[in-house]
Design a protein around this ligand. Sequence first.
Ligand code: UT7
Length: 326
Amino acid sequence: MNKVQVIGTGSYVPPKIVNNNDLSCIVDTSDEWISSRTGIKERRISEGENTADMASKAAMKAIENANIKVEDIDLIIVGTATPDSFIPSTACIVQSNIKAVNATCFDISAACSGFIYSLDIATQFIRSGSCRTALVIGAETLSKIINWEDRNTCVLFGDGAAAAILKTSDIEGILSIFRGSDGSKGKALVSDAIPVKNPYVSKENLDKQMDSTIKMDGREVFKFAVKIITQGVEKLLEDSNCSLEDIKYIVPHQANFRIIESAAKKLGVSEEKFYLNLDRFGNTSAASVGIALDDMVEQNLIQRGDKILLIGFGGGLTYGGIIIQW
Ligand code: UT7
């Protein structure tokens, strides 16, 4: 089995900053409510860039930071719930944009767990010898599926993209992986695609309406998130023979600081152990863990040999985590 290392990260967020006061001009909300209930202060919103545009920019930064040639990349995986198109995949558009001519490309749909699932899949490809150098991306233009009249959801999300390069290595950089799904709770977080419309559609299905905007049972997702972070952290530590003291940072999906407060309490660990930047970017779904990771790299918070625990959860419902040794 080949060993795998993360050798570079990158991220990109659109320049337009929308703060909580800006949102209070659109819906009946306030900076006080959003800050105290979520920890979010501002988010980046696309002024027209789509998911593949942002994904390509994050990818180019990761390639530069990893110091590899674009032609070395033989796998591109994009985790996204907001692709540019049904066909082609966002990964294929990225391939064309960055000219990664030797890559096999596909998207995966795991909502906010998309970056973790993609890291996991790329790890398995490299371990098995199916590929050597993978570009993993989490990218979202959530602003295009937000219901901008729904104060319950429109204040939570932001746009952005993050990327990581994984490569075969002499040193093992992936110490444990945790993953799972619970489709029975899928209705807790929904964004519909398009209805069935064809010349043969039955009468009762003819007028079926579908709506792509996000609908969420916030409390249900909140409970699920706290449970999964707690279980996931414990399982990842057990599988890697690590203790919480061995972990420099836990990098969670950036949804709500109160979720982290509750999970930290249950785990008996200081909130300081969790890296959060949701105050600046909100919840960017599949991009959030990667944006946080790249943010930490840019601030020099991670040194070679450090152990970092990533943990994500989201629509599906899906969840996953990874311990990386830097
Ligand atoms: O990537 C995973 C995606 N989702 C999540 O991680 C979400 C997890 N859930 C959460 O973060 C929280 O449940 C929310 C932030 C979504 C909501 O917080 P909450 O403390 O569970 O609030 P709530 O939904 O119970 O709403 C409390 C009140 C309600 O008013 P009433 O019915 O008590 O009069 C809401 O209508 O707050 C009201 N409210 C707002 N008020 C001002 C809901 N949204 C807003 C808002 N501004 N933006």
